[in-house]
Design a protein around this ligand. Sequence first.
Ligand code: PEP
Ligand code: MN
Length: 375
Amino acid sequence: MGTDIQVLPINSWGIKTKKPIVIAGPCSVENETQIWETIQALATHCSEQVHIIRAGIWKPRTRPNMFEGVGEKGLSWVKKAAQSVGLPVAVEVANPEHVEQALKHDIDILWIGARTTVSPFAVQEIVNALKGIDVPVLIKNPINPDIELWIGAIERFVASDIKRIAAIHRGFSMYEKSIYRNPPMWEIPIELRRRYPYLPIIVDPSHIGGARDLIYMLSQQAISLGFDGLMIESSIDPDRALTDAKQQITPWRLAEILSSLPQTKPFPADKESSHLTLLRDRIDIIDDCLIDLLKERMGISKSIGEFKKEQHLTLYQPERWVEIVNRATEKARKKGLSDDFILKLFQQIHNESIQHQTQVAADNNQAVQSSLNTI
Ligand code: PEP
Ligand code: MN
């Protein structure tokens, strides 16, 4: 693995786009009128702002007996409507049969859904079905926060004949309650970007947020973080949508959101760059101090480990951990730092301390073991 992934940048995909690239359309195609009117409204309200139409034809539903998409007939409806406004169409494919039908109807772009990316067998079957075919493929992250599984699916396509590849970040399913349907865990797409700087990453605020009200904020965050584009669910009558009604927005709301996205660029203009350098220098100094302090803290932790060993005390003492967390969160709260941040930070620090202390105990056990061996 490394930074040598061979993919074509989106501006050479033969699709008219501008950064950010925007993919929009309903969660599902429901009938011919709905998809026709939605696409016409997108073309009218978001002309130039939307570059690709999305539409679900086969819907992966959690429970049986729910609306599972209109199937093959929907392909010709969406293709016809998108062609009338000169836009390419992307649909989700989950098996070789979907691939065959989508290609038969000249669908321009395929995407792999989150529930498919989790299965290497399913991904490989789709890769095999695309042998010798040159169609762009977008790969959503798996539903669980596993970057290796996401990369594994991407690598299967990279190793095939497909060269127009992008990743879609749609958030990760979590057991804990959250304001998000699928919390973004931005560190994961950021790590994907670090590993593969040339792989385009499109963010799907609809499935991350799961709620209309969150789309604007998440889209802003995605663009501020420097991701390449957005996939947003939009339909003519979101309240009556058969799937994902709560998160879909109207084409006119989409136009408002797209018009007020921040303008970002990766590098500052010359005159602003010295200011940025100054601030970054200060951050570097603080980071150096943090590292020195952490080193010192681990040293003390080790000494505590020695003491616990001598006194035959257990390494992990829950009351002490509670005391550390309470003290830190209380103090940090007064300084405007969130409990969640401090808890996560101290969990890492405390785990590392325990590791150090375990090492002290293990060194001792080893010494006992080797002296026993020599008896
Ligand atoms: C969708 O895009 O409508 C969809 C089902 O998304 P995901 O695979 O991200 O859940
Ligand atoms: Mn959806």
